[in-house]
Every structure is written in structure tokens, then in C-alpha cells.
Design a protein around this ligand. Structure first.
Ligand code: F6P
Length: 757
């Protein structure tokens, strides 16, 4: 699960806003105080000025007041007008009678009387504010006395002080602006500092730790951690992880012996040792490796499509044993003995196939219902809603019990190693251990394991996990699925998890959880045509299906909505639209094996694909050439091989796939290292086949461009890529997979016995 940076950033932002709000309020209050102080100083200033002006004029006014009013007015007139902010003067007798006033002052002389009277009565200076026509006016009055000290009159000075308020408002705006700037800077500083110094490095550290645990990363811890102690501890953590991993790799390499390539014979010899001489090998799966169907009234044998059969048949052929599976073919009963047994392969008996019979209701509820409408979409992230029905669950339990009973019956009183296969039989391990705790049981899960959140929606999740944990060893294709599985167990069950050893202890029994990327056998071992026979077969197939075009690409799939087939067809259409020069030259052949067609979703999917292929063909086809050949039918191994050899390119575009063995089958068919593989990043195989052209199937443009790139790839690059992939598949073949699984299972059991004694 990828961690997201957004919540942490939001936290930094919140912190920043909080600190900024505090700073904003504090600086705002300070600014307010400052403006008030400055206003007070301005007022004191005007008071002082008024006092000085009054003093300057007082002598003249005192002299004038010794005369009668008319003469005094006449003498003072030229002296009482103001200029600029000084509006002017007014002179009053001690009783408040106006003697004379400047022109501007005369208009509001009545408003000066209260100050004049107060000065006359108290004999002291008086000042106050009044307003005239909305403007604030400062009034300053001084009492005047004659030579013998008795009150003679009052001189009033009036100033327009609107400029003080204007100045205060201006200062307020200017301070407000700076408060805003300081606040914004504070937000940026706090957010930036906490984000870059703490949140981002810690987020990166968490991400790195997650990848260290889940993806085997080799890079150093992220730089810029906020504390030296943290830095040194993460360095140590990385080093110990790397050491543990390389020890693990060394041990597994030693366990797998020194030679690189595992063969059928080598596995056979190894199996005898790993199983123990007296133990037989039992494989149990839903799908049988050889199915008999009626054709023209006669039984006809097919090997069903799907990775499980492709991978396990060679193992059984190498080791011998019994494969227990559902007899689902309509001629299965008549081709088996009374107890459902037959030896296979039919022309070269190597092991026993034991068929289990299910009623129609059981097949419906257990296989189509719970397994394929419930668990299949649950485990694949392909945007298909899982359906869980109580009745299906009951049939699932019942059918699992039938398979478990068949296993117990086959083993009798003997000893055995039982390899339970896949999601259809999750309860079988526990059912086996309930009656035979001595059995060595492994479970291999062939499809992805989802994260705990996705798994939670399964109403019987706890029972399912308990059933699986009956196995001594639980295998998945990828480490990531193992991690998801342990996370899920941790959330759902009361159990003890040992992350160091990837093990779960449930009710005193330990199950180990390990990745085993499954693989294929070499084509040379299968009886497929080679040389001239192959060339004739290819010519015949091209003629039969009217395949024209110099460049052929192929896809081979069970027709399933997880395989990304509509996305693939659309990418082919887009490729031809974008690069018209390839029309008539590029042909895509899809070998689609109809699957689970009893379910409507699967029938609809076939119809959707046919319509889409028709639509694209209709748009681009010319006389004799069409871009998409959708061959929806069962194709045997020889035919599949011939198409894989015929094709210059193979396209695998799964939306989600545990492994996808078609990718490996194609690579294994490229002995001369010529082909190009386009591979979805959402298929497990992409981890091992990094030299494929890795695509996101949902990205049609990128997908179409990858087709072009593959076609035009420099031959040297193409061969180098394919050769590396060929070596990978050759070395990590199905025999190595089986040997690894059996070795680990034997070790698991031995460890358990050691602990018990
Ligand atoms: O890759 C293996 C697999 O996908 C199994 O999980 C599945 O059982 C099989 O191939 C094919 O499906 P079915 O058995 O339903 O035909």
C-alpha cells in the first residue's frame, strides 16, 4: 500500500496557520497600539501650536479689548484669519459675547462658546474638539486679563485636525499590509520548515521502510532525516535487512543445489529425498489436468487452459503420485474406473488422476458461486464486485469436505505430503489436519492475495484463513502477496505473527508463508512439432485462419475479465489509427479459451470482445487482411506452441494476475531469442521478466506506442532482451519451483517436530 503525502502536508499547513494566526493577532494589536500613540502625539502637537499662536496674538487682543466692541472689532479684523490647518481666531468678552472672529471661524463661532466660557470661568487654558460640516476641529481658548488682573476676555484658536484622522487611517492601512505580509511569511516559513525538515523526510522514511519490508529494495535510507540518531538507526536497519536477505538467498541457493537448471529427473530424485521414502505425493485441486468431453458421441481428451494445469502436470509427471480433482468433463465418468481413477497421461502413464464427483448444485454453489463470483473478484483488483451468498458458502464447505475426504481415502493408513491448490480449496488443509495431524500439508495460492481492507468484505474471512492455516506451508507467487496475507491474518484472526520468519501460529500450530514464483517446463520436453513439422503446422494454421500480414502478434488467455482483453483490442485499434503505415502489415491473433461460461459475466465478456474485434476490423480491414483474429475456442498445447513460434510479439495485458504463465510460455518458446514480449505491470511475471516492454494496460496511448516500439526495436536489443528472459525462465523453471516448495515444506515439518520434542 503506497502511503500518501497529503495528510502530512495538511498537518504542516494546520500548524503553520495556527502559528501565523497567533503572530497575526499579536502584530495586529501592536500595530493598533502604535497608531493610537501616534495619534495622541499629533494631538499634543496641535495643542502646543495653538498655545503658541494664542500667546503671540494675546498682547494685540488685550490692547484691542480695552476699547468698545466696534473699535476693538475694527482693530482686530486683519489679524483673525488663519491659513492652512489654522482656521482662524475668535475673541470673546468674559461673559461669552463674541467681539470679533476670522471669516472662516465666524461660520461656527457658536461652537466655540463653551470652550471660551470655560476658560473665562476657570481662568485657565481650555481645549476641546468639535465638528463643523463633518470635519473635526480643535478648539483652544486662553483667558486674557487686564493690567490689574481682572478678566478681560478670551482668545480662541481653531484648527482643522482632519489631517490627524487621515494620517491615522493611512498608518492603519500600512501597518495592516505589513501584518499581512509578516503573517504570510510566517505561514510559509513554518509550513516549509516543518514539511522539509520533518514531515517530508519522515514520510519518505516510512515509505522506504515499507518498501524495505515488502519489495526487497536495495537503496540507502532517504537523505535529510531530522536527527543524527534516526539516520544512524535507519542505516543499521537497512544493513541488517540486506544481510538477512542475502543470507536467505544464500541459504535458498544452497538448498537448491549449485547447478542452475532443474530437470525432470533431478526433481524426481530430489522429491524422493524431500518427501521421505515412504511418503506419497498427493496433489488436490479443483481443476483436473486431463478432462474427457464428448465429441461426436465419443470421449475426447483435453488439457484445460489455465496456469494451474500447465504448471503442475510436469511436476506430477516427474514425481508420480495422485492428483485429486473435480471430474468436470461430460465423459469423465466413463473414462475412469468405478472409484474415479485413471492413469495419465493416457499414452504414457506417469501418475494417477482421481476424480471427485460433485452434484450440479455443489458445482454451482462452490465453484461458480463462492469461488468464482466471490473469491476470484475479491482477490483480483479488476473492479468487479464480489458476490457472497450464504448458500454458496455452505456448498463451498461441503465440496471442500468432499475433496478432503477423497485425499484421506487415497492416503489410507500411509504417510503423505499433500499439496493443496488454489482458492477453491482453502478449507481443505484444516480439514485434513483435523483427522490426520501427521500429514505434511502445503497450500499454494495461484492468484493474488489482496490487502486486508479489500479482504475484509468477505463475510467468512476468518473461517477461510483458519482453513488455510491448517497448512504447514502457504505459498504465493510474490513476496507482496505474502505480506498482504500476514497483514490480513493479523487483522482478522487472534493469532501470533512472527514477521522475522514469516510464520503464523494459530492454536499451537505453525504455518510458514513464502513466495514461490511459479513457472513452466521447457517446450522441448513436450511433444510439440519442431523443425519442418513446425513450419508446416504454422503454414497450415495461417491458411486455416486466413492470417495475413508480415508481422504477427499473439495473445493466449482464458477469456476472463481480469486478462485485459478489451484494453488489448483497443490498443491494437489505436496503434493502427496512430501509425497507419502498419495497416495491412500487423495482425493480432487472440487465442481465447472460453472459461466459466456458465456465468453470465463470462458469456457477456465473450460477446463484448467479439463486438469490439468486429468494430476494429470493420474500421481497418482491407481485402484479404483484418487486424484482429479472435479465435475463441479451446486450443491444445501443440496449437498454442505453433502460434507462439509464429508470432514476433506476444501481448499479455492482465489488469491483475497472480503470475501469468503465458508470458513465460512465450519466452520459453523463443529458443532463437527473436520475439518481443509486451507485459502488463500488473501481472506477477513482470517482476521476473523485466526485459519485457512493461505497460499499463489502462494507458491506451502507452500500450499502442509499446506495440510500435516492439515492432521497430533494434534486432540486437530485441535479442539481448529476449535472451536474458529466456535464461531466467530456463533457470527458474517449474522443476525448480516444485523442488523449492517441497524442500521448504520438508524443512517446515522438521522444524515443527524439533520444537515438539
Ligand atoms: O493461474 C491459475 C488459474 O488462474 C487458477 O487460479 C484457476 O483455477 C485456473 O487457472 C483456471 O480457472 P478454472 O479452473 O476456473 O478454469
Amino acid at each position: 500500500m503506497a502511503t500518501t503525502a497529503r495528510p502530512q502536508f495538511a498537518r504542516s499547513l494546520r500548524l503553520g496557520l495556527l502559528i501565523a494566526a497567533t503572530i497575526g493577532v499579536a502584530t495586529g494589536l501592536f500595530a493598533w497600539q502604535q497608531v493610537n500613540d501616534e495619534r495622541r502625539i499629533d494631538l499634543e502637537d496641535v495643542n502646543r501650536r495653538a498655545h503658541v499662536l494664542a500667546q503671540q496674538l494675546s498682547r494685540t487682543v488685550e490692547k484691542a479689548l480695552t476699547r468698545p466692541d466696534a473699535q476693538a472689532r475694527e482693530a482686530l479684523r486683519p489679524r483673525l484669519d488663519g491659513y492652512s490647518r489654522l482656521i482662524g481666531y475668535a475673541v470673546f468678552r468674559p461673559d461669552g459675547r463674541l467681539v470679533a472672529a476670522g471669516k472662516a471661524v465666524a461660520e461656527f463661532s457658536d461652537r466655540l462658546e463653551p470652550a471660551a466660557k470655560r476658560a473665562a470661568q476657570t481662568g485657565a487654558d481650555a481645549h476641546e474638539f468639535t465638528r463643523f460640516q463633518g470635519a473635526p476641529i480643535h478648539v483652544f481658548a486662553i483667558p486674557l486679563k487686564d493690567a490689574d488682573g481682572s478678566a478681560q476676555g478670551v482668545l480662541v484658536v481653531a484648527h482643522d485636525v482632519s489631517y490627524i484622522d487621515e494620517r491615522a487611517t493611512g498608518r492603519l492601512v500600512s501597518y495592516g499590509f505589513w501584518v499581512l505580509i509578516v503573517t504570510l511569511l510566517a505561514v510559509m516559513l513554518v509550513v516549509g520548515t516543518t514539511w522539509f525538515t520533518y514531515e517530508r523526510p519522515l514520510h519518505k522514511l516510512a515509505d522506504w521502510m515499507r518498501r524495505l519490508r515488502t519489495e526487497n529494495v536495495s537503496e540507502a535510507p532517504p537523505p535529510g532525516l531530522p536527527s543524527a540518531l534516526l539516520r544512524s538507526e535507519t542505516d543499521r536497519l537497512a544493513a541488517s535487512f540486506r544481510a538477512a536477505r542475502s543470507t536467505g538467498r544464500r541459504l535458498s541457493r544452497a538448498a537448491m543445489h549449485a547447478e542452475q537448471v532443474w530437470t525432470r529427473d533431478r526433481l524426481r530424485a530430489h522429491a524422493i529425498h524431500a518427501l521421505g521414502e515412504d511418503r506419497q505425493l498427493i496433489v488436490v485441486s479443483n481443476r483436473e489436468p486431463y478432462m474427457h468431453q464428448l465429441r461426436d458421441g465419443k470421449p475426447y481428451m483435453i488439457m484445460p487452459a489455465g496456469g494451474l494445469v500447465t504448471s503442475l502436470d510436469p511436476v506430477l509427471q516427474a514425481c508420480g503420485g495422485v492428483w485429486i480433482a473435480h471430474g468436470g468433463g461430460d465423459a469423465d465418468r466413463e473414462t475412469a474406473d468405478a472409484s474415479g481413477r485413471l492413469t495419465v497421461p493416457p499414452d504414457d502413464a506417469r501418475y494417477t488422476l482421481r476424480r471427485v464427483w460433485l452434484t450440479r448444485e455443489e458445482e454451482q454453489g462452490y465453484y461458480y458461486g463462492f469461488s468464482n463470483e466471490g473469491l476470484w473478484p475479491l482477490c483480483h483488483l479488476a473492479h468487479e464486485r464480489p458476490v457472497f451468498r450464504a448458500a454458496d458458502w455452505e456448498y463451498y464447505r461441503q465440496a471442500n469436505q468432499r475433496f478432503a475426504d477423497a485425499v484421506i481415502e487415497e492416503i489410507g493408513d500411509g504417510k503423505a505430503v499433500v499439496l493443496v491448490q488454489d482458492y477453491q480449496l482453502a478449507l481443505v488443509p484444516q480439514m485434513l489436519k483435523a483427522v490426520r495431524p501427521d500429514l505434511r500439508v502445503g497450500l499454494f495460492w495461484h492468484i493474488p492475495w489482496p490487502n486486508p481492507e479489500a479482504f475484509r468484505i468477505c463475510p467468512w474471512g476468518a473461517e477461510l484463513l483458519t482453513g488455510m492455516l491448517g497448512a504447514d506451508l502457504v505459498g504465493f507467487h510474490l513476496q507482496q502477496y505474502c505480506n498482504n496475507f500476514l497483514d490480513t491474518v493479523d487483522r482478522v484472526l487472534e493469532s501470533r505473527l512472527d514477521w522475522d520468519h514469516f510464520a503464523v501460529e494459530l492454536k499451537g500450530r505453525v504455518s510458514r508463508v513464502r513466495p514461490f514464483p511459479i513457472s513452466v517446463q521447457n517446450w522441448a520436453e513436450r511433444k510439440v512439432p519442431a523443425g519442418e513439422d513446425l513450419a508446416h503446422q504454422i503454414t497450415a494454421l495461417k491458411a486455416q485462419h486466413k492470417i495475413e500480414g508480415a508481422y504477427i502478434a499473439v495473445g493466449v488467455d482464458r477469456i476472463d475479465y481480469t486478462k485485459g482483453l478489451p484494453e488489448r483490442f483497443r490498443a491494437v485499434g489505436r496503434f493502427l489509427e496512430k501509425y497507419p503505415q502498419y495497416r495491412g502489415r500487423f495482425t493480432f491473433v487472440e487465442l481465447g479459451a472460453p472459461s466459466r461460461t456458465h456465468l453470465r459475466r463470462y458469456r457477456d465478456h465473450i460477446a463484448q470482445l467479439e463486438a469490439l474485434a468486429d468494430e476494429i476490423n470493420w474500421k481497418y480491414q482491407t481485402n484479404g487482411w483484418k487486424p484482429i483474429h479472435f479465435l475463441a475456442a479451446h486450443h491444445d498445447a501443440k496449437t498454442v506452441h505453433a502460434f507462439l513460434r509464429m508470432a514476433s510479439m506476444c501481448i499479455v495485458s492482465s489488469l491483475h494476475d497472480g503470475m501469468n504463465l503465458v508470458a513465460k510460455e512465450y519466452v520459453a518458446a523463443q529458443e532463437s531469442h527473436e520475439g518481443v514480449l509486451i507485459l502488463s505491470e500488473f501481472a506477477g511475471a513482470a517482476r521476473e521478466l523485466a526485459d519485457a516492454l512493461i505497460i499499463n494496460p489502462y494507458d491506451t496511448e502507452q500500450f499502442a506506442d509499446a506495440i510500435r516500439y516492439g515492432m521497430e526495436m533494434d534486432p540486437a536489443e530485441r535479442r539481448a532482451r529476449m535472451e536474458r528472459m529466456y535464461r531466467t525462465v530456463e533457470e527458474h523453471n517449474i522443476y525448480r519451483w516444485a523442488a523449492g516448495f517441497l524442500t521448504e515444506l520438508a524443512a517446515t515439518r522438521a522444524a515443527a517436530l524439533d520444537e515438539a520434542t
